[in-house]
Design a protein around this ligand. Structure first.
Ligand SMILES: [Zn+2]
Length: 139
């Protein structure tokens, strides 16, 4: 059930809104390049997908930004939009044959997913950082 949509009321008089406005586009761009959304200098990940707790350059707290399972969801959507048109293209022209295609598409989907996942996750971290989304979801 989705009963929480109406609860994010905008409160212009809240004392938290005195902070500087952050550029969503710039933060997402830095994140997509796997850089810190704040300074764009240091790497945002310490491993393949594990976010550095604190930026080693600007000391921005990145640990509090929890992207959860949103990055895989977005990644699959993007990969689907790349792979599905390719499948339809080769379906019409069929230079590959059925067995090649049955091996090719799942492999290509998996590789592409693994390839762009860090960039997608980085840009989502950037988005959440720019919008300060962690401050609203503190449990
Ligand atoms: Zn930084």
């Amino acid at each position: 059930m989705h009963g929480h949509e109406d609860q994010q009321a905008i409160t212009p008089n809240s004392p938290d809104i005195t902070q500087e406005k952050r550029s969503v586009f710039n933060a997402m761009l830095k994140g997509a390049m796997k850089k810190c959304p704040s300074c764009g200098q240091s790497r945002v990940f310490s491993g393949y997908l594990s976010v550095n707790p604190v930026c080693s350059n600007c000391h921005e707290n990145l640990e509090k930004i929890k992207a959860e399972d949103f990055p895989p969801y977005v990644t699959i959507t993007i990969v689907g939009h790349i792979i599905v048109p390719m499948i339809f293209f080769f379906e019409r022209n069929d230079p590959l044959g059925l067995w090649t295609q049955m091996a090719l598409w799942p492999t290509l989907t998996l590789l592409l997913t693994l390839l762009i996942m860090p960039n997608v996750k980085g840009s989502i971290i950037g988005l959440m950082w720019a919008l300060r989304l962690w401050e609203k979801s503190e449990d």
